[in-house]
Design a protein around this ligand. Structure first.
Ligand SMILES: NC(=O)c1ccc[n+]([C@@H]2O[C@H](COP(=O)([O-])OP(=O)(O)OC[C@H]3O[C@@H](n4cnc5c(N)ncnc54)[C@H](OP(=O)(O)O)[C@@H]3O)[C@@H](O)[C@H]2O)c1
Length: 222
């Protein structure tokens, strides 16, 4: 049985991903900020983890190691958009975006890396909002949520650098999930979390070129 590790599984895209992978016969390890998962499955194990806390990340990784299960796919899904319809960089909000979307995500990945199988796939859920060449595109409310955009652009660079390091061992990808109807995406978003999860699943089980940015299985501009 293959194993997938997914962060941020209590709602949104993360929850839909868990249900998709369970349906496909995977053993799923999930992480949740709060201990409030409203679903369960015999092939699902969820541990709490706050990506803003080094201590919490280390404790979660210990729990994962104790399962004695190697990981085939890691999906760094958990994320926040701490800033909103503001165009100025508010330092506290920038710091929060970076703590969760970048530093915590990197810390977790580095600590859990030795549990990932050779031939495995690490997916960082990024955003078209983090694409430098898309900056100013109208669908991204030009100028809005700069802290979020900065955090996802930096996460993309982590994808690039980690892919170089893990060349010929583990594939590393950044993925834009689309504009998804979740608490973050809002009601006007275009696709459901289930559709996004299906697209991410279809991509995750392939062996794409490492170190690239993807959307719906196609390369996306950095
Ligand atoms: N929705 C979109 O249109 C869209 C577009 C582009 C990219 N994305 C990206 O897709 C990913 C999932 O987004 P979503 O729309 O599903 O968002 P969401 O519904 O807001 O869910 C975010 C998830 O991240 C978790 N999380 C938040 N802060 C955390 C922390 N400090 N430590 C650990 N986990 C934390 C949340 O846990 P709690 O529920 O406990 O707070 C929740 O499970 C994110 O990386 C997001 O940036 C989304």
């Amino acid at each position: 049985m293959k194993t997938v590790l997914i962060t941020g599984v209590d709602r949104g895209i993360g929850k839909a991903l868990v249900l998709k992978f369970l349906d496909a016969g995977y053993f799923v390890i999930g992480t949740s900020l709060n201990d409030n998962i409203d679903y369960s499955h015999e092939n699902l194990k969820v541990f709490t983890m706050n990506l803003e806390s080094e201590e919490s990340i280390s404790a979660c990784v210990e729990n994962i190691k104790n399962l004695d299960t190697k990981i085939d796919i890691l999906i760094n899904n958990a994320g926040i958009m701490a800033d909103g319809e503001e165009t100025t960089v508010i330092i506290d909000k920038l710091r929060k975006n970076l703590e969760v979307n970048l530093i915590g995500t990197i810390d977790f990945t580095e600590k859990v890396l030795f549990e990932v199988n050779q031939g495995g796939h690490i997916i960082n859920i990024s955003s078209s909002a983090g694409s430098l060449s898309n900056t100013g595109v109208s669908s991204h409310k030009p100028g809005y949520y700069p802290g979020y955009k900065i955090s996802k652009a930096a996460l993309n660079m982590y994808t690039r650098t980690l892919a170089l390091r893990l060349k010929d061992k583990i594939i590393v990808s950044s993925v834009h999930p689309g504009w998804v109807k979740t608490d973050m995406g809002g009601d006007n978003a275009i696709i459901t979390p289930e559709q996004a999860a299906q697209d991410i699943y279809d991509f995750a089980i392939t062996k794409p070129e490492t170190g690239q940015f993807w959307f719906e299985g196609e390369k996306f501009d950095w």
